[in-house]
Structure formats: structure tokens, C-alpha cells
Design a protein around this ligand. Structure first.
Ligand code: ADP
Ligand code: MG
Length: 288
């Protein structure tokens, strides 16, 4: 039987926009010692703005942006949204063929018979395209057309307003380690990690690498120590399922992520993790 107090706890959490799918998850929150966050869209706003466009081929900046926008027109990744916003015009989607979104890499697509790649260094390496490595703190989207490097677009994201507070609150609650996992490059990840005072940062991870990282943290196995993973759901579903407690952050959260998660946070505030743990601790006091 479920102790009555847990219903109170679940109710209190839901009033704060935290949906807990079962009393066992609320109880597990009491034993959480590791909190692992996805970066883009979870810790950062996931709202990117194009801050620079550089050509390295024959095409103009406008043409480069247009190719990128057409390539990204079927993606709902935050990067795609920013490129489409910067382009700002309607896209003739009938020009798009053989669209392929490569998780953690970018887009491969045919546009009017030309093969267009739009994505990170890994995508260029995978496709044997030589590319330029700019000295920037932003996220770089490289563009190649028919195997020729054409240049890059820089987009920048920023931490959510309450992200730093969220990490500080977790430390106050006795969390042993706050960890960031991201598919983004090391330089960007480290900058955000340092700014927000994360204990550990792991970058350039594919979704399956994130699952492996969680498993690597299983040194805590055999103890009562639990681990939470918090993600925005865009390609995080396997990690959400693997964590002791998987938390999906609202807003953009995909249906698959909401399904895979044990707890769903309806607002866009990472500080709600600390709120949930506080409610769990309070609930335990009432139950026993
Ligand atoms: P995170 O783990 O921080 O949420 P993702 O796994 O979603 O990041 O993406 C990792 C990286 O893959 C991005 O930083 C970007 O370089 C590249 N990428 C993913 N999707 C796209 C896309 N639609 N267009 C361009 N690049 C992309
Ligand atoms: Mg993400």
C-alpha cells in the first residue's frame, strides 16, 4: 500500500507544475546524489541566434544562409529554428529531397539535385569534407555543397535565467555532483559549465554516449544513491529511460520524452528540480 502522505506530495508537486508519475519516484528523489543535465534546451534557453556567417567558397553569405535554411526546414532542433528565423522568408519545401537528420551531427539533404550538409565538425569528418575551425564561443554549423566546403554559420545560445540558482540550490540540498552532458563541442560546454559551476562537464556526446556516461556513473551501484537525468527530450529519450529518475523539462518536450520520463516539469525552469527534491524530503517527514 502507498502511504497517504505521498499523495499529498504528488499534489504539492503538481501545484508547482511538477508532474510525478508515481509515489516511488517521489520517494527516490530523497536518495538522489547525482543530478545530470542535458545542456541545449534544458540548461540553456535553446534559443539560438545567428551571430555570424562566413563564406569559404564561391557563394555569398545570403546564398549560404538560404541553403542552410532550406536544409533545416524540416528539423525542429533549436539550431534549425534559429537559422530559419535569421533567413526570415518562406521556403519552397518542394526543393527538398532525401532529407536526413543525423542525430548529434546535423542534416544531410538534396536541394535541387545538390547534396547539402549542414552540421557540426563530426558531420564534416564523417563525410570527408575539409572544414575551417573558427575561434568562437558559439555553436558552429558548417555547410558543404556536393562535397565542397562553403563556410559556416555561428549561432549562440545562453543559459536560462534560473540555471545558476538551480545548481546552487542542488548543492545546498546535499547533491554530491552536478553533471552536464552535451552533444555540443567542448569549448562551448566548458564555458557554460564554468559559468554555472557544474562539477563535471562531458561534451561531444551522441545520444548513445550519454547512456554510456550514465552507466559509467554506476560506481554508486550497491548503494542507495540515486541519479536523476534532466533533459528537454529532443533525442534524450534513451537517457531518460536509463536514469533512476528521468525528468523531462516542459516547453519543447516531445511526446516520446514525456512518455519516457518519470517526472515532467511543465515550466522551463531547471530550479524546479530542487523544488521537487524539497517536496520529496518534506513528504517523507510527513509519512514517517
Ligand atoms: P545537446 O546534447 O546539447 O542537447 P544535441 O545532441 O541535440 O545537443 O546536438 C548536438 C550537436 O549536433 C549540436 O550542437 C549541433 O552541432 C549538431 N546538430 C544537431 N542537430 C542539428 C541540426 N538540425 N542542424 C545542425 N546541427 C545539428
Ligand atoms: Mg538537447
Amino acid at each position: 500500500s502507498i502511504p497517504l502522505g505521498f499523495f499529498g506530495g504528488i499534489g504539492a508537486a503538481s501545484k508547482k507544475g511538477i508532474l510525478v508519475k508515481g509515489s516511488n519516484y517521489l520517494e527516490a528523489l530523497n536518495d538522489v546524489k547525482y543530478v545530470v543535465f542535458d545542456k541545449t534546451g534544458t540548461i540553456t534557453k535553446g534559443v539560438f541566434h545567428v551571430t555570424d556567417i562566413q563564406t569559404r567558397g564561391e557563394r555569398t553569405k545570403e546564398e549560404l544562409l538560404e541553403y542552410a535554411a532550406v536544409a533545416e526546414s524540416y528539423s525542429n532542433h533549436p539550431i534549425a529554428q534559429s537559422i530559419l528565423q535569421a533567413y526570415g522568408r518562406d521556403i519552397h519545401k518542394d526543393n527538398v529531397e532525401e532529407y536526413e537528420e543525423i542525430s548529434g551531427h546535423g542534416i544531410k539533404v538534396k536541394i535541387q539535385g545538390r547534396t547539402v550538409l549542414a552540421g557540426n565538425a563530426k558531420l564534416m569528418e564523417k563525410s570527408h569534407v575539409e572544414f575551417f575551425v573558427p575561434d568562437t564561443f558559439g555553436t558552429v554549423v558548417h555547410i558543404a555543397i556536393d562535397g565542397t566546403y562553403e563556410g559556416y554559420i555561428v549561432i549562440s545560445d545562453e543559459p536560462k535565467e534560473d540555471a545558476k540558482h538551480a545548481i546552487q540550490q542542488l548543492k545546498k540540498l546535499g547533491i554530491k555532483k552536478t553533471i552536464m552532458l552535451t552533444g555540443d563541442v567542448q569549448r562551448v560546454a566548458e564555458k557554460v559549465g564554468r559559468q554555472l559551476e557544474f562539477d563535471e562537464v562531458y561534451a561531444e556526446l551522441l545520444p548513445q554516449d550519454k547512456v554510456e556516461k550514465l552507466e559509467g556513473l554506476d560506481a554508486r551501484k550497491g548503494t542507495k544513491e540515486k541519479l536523476i537525468f534532466v533533459g528537454d527530450g529532443i533525442n534524450d529519450t534513451p537517457v531518460l529511460a536509463r536514469a533512476d529518475v528521468g525528468v523531462a523539462m516542459g516547453g519543447v518536450g516531445s511526446d516520446a520524452a514525456i512518455e519516457a520520463a518519470d517526472i515532467v516539469i511543465m515550466t522551463d525552469e531547471p530550479s524546479k528540480i530542487a523544488t521537487a527534491i524539497t517536496i520529496a524530503k518534506h513528504t517523507r517527514k510527513i509519512v514517517w
